[in-house]
Write a new protein. Structure first.
Length: 76
């Protein structure tokens, strides 16, 4: 049996997870969330880029770098 998920629901979930600040939301975990949502958005032609939650805390590889949000495509 094939199961599918709506990309808009996955995007909403990912953005909520990437905004988390609790101790379990590590840079490594958020990196995984980014990988999943980016792949899904690219594969479906819905990638519109992302923004940092805090531009002053966005050094590559840090928790701030993965604390971001992905823009919603007009197709969704």
């Amino acid at each position: 049996m094939r199961k599918t998920v709506e990309i808009s629901k996955l995007l909403t979930w990912a953005n909520l997870q990437l905004a988390r600040t609790d101790s379990r939301a590590t840079a490594e975990w958020k990196s995984g969330v980014c990988t999943i949502i980016e792949q899904a958005l690219f594969d479906t032609g819905n990638y519109q880029g992302f923004g940092f939650i805090d531009n002053s805390d966005s050094k590559t590889g840090t928790l701030g770098y993965y604390s971001r949000f992905y823009y919603v495509s007009n197709k969704l």
